[in-house]
Design a protein around this ligand. Structure first.
Ligand code: ZN
Length: 422
């Protein structure tokens, strides 16, 4: 922040590192906007095109009302008309200058000086010019904005200040943003790469010769693989398109939650299959229970109200409860076969680790650590949702390892004759 004096009036401006200080003269008045506080400055200037300084106090309020404050993260990107942002800014600025010329704002120095005063005494005019200018830049191409500049339906996490995408109303624009840096970049790529990894593992697994891996094993493992691919797929697509529009955002948010329920169901299938390998009745009973709870989760996910931010703890709670329902068959195995058998033969240790990862991840997501303690410091990387995503990935890989172990124990060392002894 700096204080300059124009026409004997003190004016606060925010100076960005790349452009400060731009000389102040009456010639600049066409595109000189002033901030009355740093918060406003941040919402407009500090993230990208800092060369234009800000806006008048009244303009600031007006722009905030309209929710149309924008900025662009990189100056070398082209907009949809093939113009660079620099050109668009210049064009917007030229238009402003023309308007000023029409109104004889550029006559002689003393006259211009007196009209500088006019602008301050007629803030509405300055507000209109500034708004139009910002609108043009906003329309010019890629931009990320401050949390305060988002429409209500896009405001999810108050602790992430800068780098938010604006609504696009275009799937193409949303998918192009995958390759740009903003608050969702980490969320998109963590699960996009995870999905690609699981597609690779699935392809490898199901293309093994039948002599090596039987079709039953392929089918049972595939339930888990499909769950992982669907969950990670819905997740990265949701994070990519949720700023398309309110309607599309809500729809994909529901699918994101359905994906988690589908992964949980898919995870139970191989574990129950091998855990109760020789007990068809128990196997069927627990699978029916799992699918009933999973279906209940999906139903609740599809309920409109469920996607609102105030239901965040409830969402987390419902899914933790579904995940914890695995405790019942786990206890059953421990009681039936003993603790060490469960650990050594039924991957109880790996399954417990997986459960811990899901629970810790969900808690971090629900309480928004670490950005809660350092607001604005984790806008782009290492925010709670990214950590949650990494925990989900880790849990999925741990589960894969766990079911591989339990299947190995059953297929290589176990047979149902010895199992009947228990
Ligand atoms: Zn997510």
């Amino acid at each position: 922040m700096a204080e300059i004096v124009i026409d004997q009036q003190p004016v606060h401006v925010f100076l960005t590192p790349e452009f400060a200080p731009v000389p102040v003269s009456t010639d600049d008045i066409g595109d000189l906007y002033m901030f009355d506080n740093e918060e406003d400055a941040l919402s407009l200037g500090s993230y990208g095109w800092g060369g234009r300084w800000g806006r008048n106090r009244n303009t600031s309020a007006k722009l905030k009302e309209n929710g149309k404050v924008g900025k662009n993260g990189t100056n070398d990107l082209n907009n949809s008309n093939g113009k660079t942002i620099e050109e668009s800014i210049q064009e917007a600025s030229d238009d402003d200058d023309e308007r000023i010329e029409q109104e004889d704002y550029d006559s002689d120095d003393s006259e211009a000086h007196s009209r500088v005063g006019d602008i301050f005494t007629a803030p509405c005019r300055a507000a209109e010019q500034a708004e139009e200018f910002v609108k043009k830049v906003w329309e010019a191409g890629w931009r990320v904005v401050h949390h305060n500049s988002l429409p209500n339906w896009l405001r999810d996490n108050d602790f992430l200040h800068k780098g938010h995408r604006l609504p696009t109303n275009s799937f193409l624009e949303c998918f192009k943003s995958i390759f740009r840096v903003h608050t969702e970049t980490g969320n998109i790529w963590s699960h996009l790469l995870g999905m690609i990894a699981f597609i690779g593992i699935t392809t490898f697994f199901v293309t093994r010769p039948t002599l090596e891996i039987q079709w039953q094993e392929k089918a049972v493992f595939s339930a888990f693989f499909m769950g992982a691919i669907v969950c990670l797929g819905f997740s990265w697509v949701f994070h990519t398109v949720f700023n398309h529009s309110h309607r599309i955002g809500k729809l994909f948010n529901k699918l994101d939650y359905c994906g988690i329920a589908i992964l949980t169901m898919g995870s139970f299938v191989p574990w129950l299959y091998y855990g109760f390998y020789c007990h068809l009745g128990l196997k069927v009973f627990y699978m029916v229970l799992t699918f009933s709870l999973g279906t209940a989760c999906i139903t609740v996910s599809l309920w409109d109200k469920f996607s609102e931010p105030r239901f965040r703890p409830l969402r987390a709670g419902v899914f933790i409860a579904f995940g914890l329902s695995g405790v019942i068959p786990a206890l059953h195995i421990v009681i039936k076969y003993g603790f060490w058998w469960a650990v050594n033969k039924a991957s109880l240790g790996w399954l417990s680790l997986m459960a811990m990862l899901y629970i810790v991840g969900a808690i971090i997501y629900a309480v928004r650590i670490p950005e809660r303690f350092f607001p604005g410091k984790f806008d782009i990387w290492f925010q709670s949702h990214q950590i949650f995503h990494m925990f989900v990935l880790a849990a999925a890989f741990v589960h894969y390892h766990g079911i591989t172990e339990i299947a190995y124990q059953r297929l290589v060392f176990g047979d149902c004759l010895s199992d009947e002894l228990f």
